[in-house]
Design a protein around this ligand. Structure first.
Ligand code: E4P
Length: 229
């Protein structure tokens, strides 16, 4: 079954979804942290890491150049055992070299910002623990991310070294397509998760049943708890 990661750095939101039983991991990036406003970056990462005993929390590297990226990744990985270091795919292959080095050092990585099957394939070969397909950004570029998921998943399952994360999800229907295509993981924002639980027909049906119960109670002299009224 497709796992759900939480695509947010909001500790409050993560706690809420964990109380729903939702959340197998967390993904963050620079934009996600920007939307948090004033926050102590390291403290927030540690707070999220400590919310569950063992769960992957992706933290993205921000430096440029091989040595800088490796040093940054090593630093994050020392913060907490749950940290998975995000490294962006890039046109020069520096990201791949970094992923390969970190893999050799036993540091888990999430190779990110990928649009094509070829990129996912190379990231897996380099030793990324997670390979991230940016679902809607790929679609914006005229690609077919559903086809990509279907084609890459059997290869990844056979090799059993990397898991496919689908991010850049904008609406509940995207999640349905991603699950149907068989991806390992969908990373979903709080906004889309809240949209997923809602349907107007569900709300109307609940109201219809509540009204019927009130009629039944009135006809049978039942005393209803205050919360029913
Ligand atoms: C995934 O790891 C990313 O954090 C995220 O899903 C990117 O999505 P965006 O297209 O909303 O930036």
């Amino acid at each position: 079954m497709t796992q759900i990661f939480l695509d947010t750095a909001s500790a409050e939101e993560i706690r809420e979804f964990l109380s729903w039983g939702i959340g197998d991991g967390v993904t963050t990036n620079q934009k996600i942290f920007l939307s948090e406003g004033k926050v102590d970056f390291k403290q927030r990462v540690l707070e999220i890491c400590n919310m569950k005993k063992e769960w992957p929390v992706s933290v993205e590297t921000t430096t440029k150049g091989f040595d800088e990226l490796v040093a940054e990744a090593q630093m994050y990985s020392k913060w907490h055992k749950n940290v998975v270091v995000k490294v962006a795919m890039d046109k020069d292959g520096v990201g791949l070299r970094v992923v390969k080095r970190l893999h050799d050092e036993g540091i888990r990585t999430n190779m990110t910002v990928m649009m094509t099957l070829g990129q996912l394939f190379l990231a897996a070969k380099a030793g990324a623990s997670y390979v991230s397909l940016f679902y809607n950004r790929a679609r914006d570029a005229g690609l077919d991310p559903v086809k990509t998921i279907r084609e890459v998943t059997p290869y990844l399952r056979k090799r059993q070294e990397s898991k496919l994360i689908c991010g850049s999800i904008r609406k509940p229907e995207d999640v349905e397509e991603i699950v149907a295509a068989g991806a390992d993981i969908a990373t979903i924002t709080p906004k889309v998760l809240r949209q997923m639980v809602f349907h107007p027909r569900t709300e109307e049906t609940i109201k219809e049943f509540d009204d019927a119960w009130k009629d039944f109670a009135a006809k049978n002299n039942l005393v209803l708890p205050a919360s029913t009224k």
